[in-house]
Every structure is written in C-alpha cells, then in structure tokens.
Design a protein. Sequence first.
Length: 268
Amino acid sequence: MAGAAKDRLTGYPPNPAYGTGVCRRRFGFVASPRRMTVSLYDDFHDMIVEIDHDGSVVTATAGAMRRFPKDTCPGAVALLQQFIGCDVTQGRSAIAGRFSRGAHCTHLIDMAALGLSAIQRGVADQTVELSVTDPDADHRQSLIVKVDGEVALSLELQGEAMVAPAQYAGRSLFGGFSRWADEQFTGFERDLWQMAQMMLFISHGRKFIVDGTTRIAARDEPHRKGNCFSYSDPAFQTALDMVGFFRDHTEGLPPRDREGERTGREGS
C-alpha cells in the first residue's frame, strides 16, 4: 500500500469489520549458491525478489509480483536492476537510504535491502512473521514479530506510539522513526524494527475496502503523489486499483510454499 498515513486512504469506503481483525505479513529468505531469494506475503501483496551475487557485489536481480494493489505495480520490478553492483558485505545499508523509495515499489526495495542483510548474515532458510491487531476502542494495538516461530519483538501500541517495552514508551513508529532506529539498533535487530514499522504501515489499509469493483485511479489521489512507483510519473497517470487483491488473514497465514517462492528464471 502507498501513502504516509492511514488518513490518506480517504477515497475508499470503510471496512465494517475493522477493529475486529489482525493484519499479517511474512518474509521468507532462502539461500542457494550465489543467490538469495526473498518472498513477501501479506494481506495486500505476494512478491518475490531474487538477488544474485559473487560474494562481494550484486551481479543480477529479478522479481515477480503475484498480488498487488495497482495495475502498474509490476513495472517496478525492472528497477531492481539499479541494485546491481551494490556491496553485499554492507548488508541492508547498501540500499537503505541510498535509493529513492518514492521511485521504487517500497516493498520491493525493502525486500532487496533485507535480502542483502540475509546474505551478510549467512542465512540459509529463515521465516519472519509479523502480526498487528486492529486498534481497539482505546486505539491500542499489539504488534508481534516472530523469527522461525520464536517471538523476537513484542510491542504494545497506542495511537501508533509504543506503550511497551517501557524503555521506548512514547516513541512513535512514524515521524523520525528511521533515524531513531538507526541510532538504537544494528544488524538483524535493526531489520526487525524496519519490518515492524512497515507492518504497522500496511495495516492501515485494513480500515478500508481497498479492492472493490470501483477502481480508484492514482491521479484521483494527488495528495499521495510521489509515495511509491505507482504514485510517481509516468505510472501515476494511468495506475488503477486491482480488484479483489485483498486477503483477510485474521485467522492466520497459509503455510509457506518454498517451491512457489521462485521467479521461474534459470537457477530458480
């Protein structure tokens, strides 16, 4: 989903079930010789990124989008080529902050950055699952991050600011969050906080029916221009909503399909 805050999705009808559900997301990481494959599956997206490398730099990239919000989104896959030559020994920082998120699909660029981190960490096969509850009447939410089934991060939020852990109470997951997280955390821990922020970000889409039969055009939401690939020119001029892309995973995510986590190109 594109947009900096939930209130920007004002063109969509409200979701009557909002407040009773859970938004879920999963990242899968699988290494093969000289390749890291990153999969993303959540309520709004189903995507793959493959990063080839020689142990020092990125030598090739590929991607596939299977479920996405705008009909122009697949065009962002070609921009993964910009990451060829990035230093894999730098991990996530080789991409994060060095490329325009607004020009790219924000999810693909995150996947690529997290993939470089996984290469740097020597990951063979890893699953990261995230969940966040809809806000209750007091605007409280629970956000949980699990790594291979074990809780790695557990946050209690109110109005998008942390209530727990106590040492971070009052810190919002937006508004200067990235700089704060860069100062507080390094390595995989920093990756997990990035995933947590984006989990909360995409969960705003549950407030609305975003995949109905009335297809909203990006150009009808000028306040969101520049937020991502489909909301940047030239895609901005033609982008339309996809119909039926949303999946409600309140009851849980489907099992991970490692065989399906491939783009289909040679070596996949």
